[in-house]
Design a protein around this ligand. Sequence first.
Ligand code: GZL
Length: 307
Amino acid sequence: EAGGGGGQTPGSGGGGTITLGFSQVGAESGWRTANTKSIQDSAKAAGIDLKFSDAQQKQENQIRAIRSFIQQKVKVIAFSPVVESGWDTVLKEAKTANIPVILTDRAIDSPDTSLYKTFLGSDFVKEGRKAGEWLTKEFASATGDVNIVELQGTTGSAPANDRKKGFAEAIASTSKFKVVASQTGEFTRAKGKEVMEAFLKSQSKIDVLYAHNDDMALGAIEAIEGAGKKPGTDIKIVSIDAVRDGMQALADGKINYIVECNPLLGPQLMDLVKKVAAGEQVPQRIETEETEFDQAKAKEVLPQRQY
Ligand code: GZL
């Protein structure tokens, strides 16, 4: 319940319980599932009353959820913006209602940084760059062109924009690296498989697949095997996330390298919610800690991976 009698401040519920409204992107990938679990488990552990909404990857559903949280007078709003643009109006409504907003996972492109207290998430440009740097090392001795196909994440999303940018920067060093096809696979296995099937038909020579997440890489693996080729051997694959199924494919030699994108943001988010609810200052930007894996390291760490 929000507000209530006895002069309590809105969103503090009974006995100081903080109410958090969280708008999640959807349930499109293994990463998202792990991220949602981390948020729900951490809210429970922190004694925070979580109102959780799944937007099925639609911005209008996130905007509707944020408006509903404002109506309910929650104490804090947090969300993972499915795309970078189009948030100013609804975030200004939250500001007018004196409800602080926290961005998690993905960023927005608004120049008005007063619209949110902090952004907790990965540096996607860095992730793309790490993937590109691995590729330049892996193909350092290649003499002819190295033909790359790219499965992009959700169109307009920060991870898709920035992973593409970071990767392109890293491979620009030598002209032999050619991105011969690049299209969104919407971060899902199904779409990743469908687009990779099209790439296999339209491209005469594919040396590498760069997938913006493991789920699309796993879909692409099905397409590559369906075409009678060996993923990880005939077509090298570099991906991002390091979710369990991706790490298993890496250990099995079907993926060659994975850059981790850590979904376990829940504990840090709840600490930030408590600080922001108490009116404390928090850093404008908090970057997630994460690493990268080759096949040997994947075999080693798989047994104790949390997600
Ligand atoms: C990245 C996150 C992306 C993951 C995908 O932080 O937004 O969305 O890389 C997920 O798996 O769908």
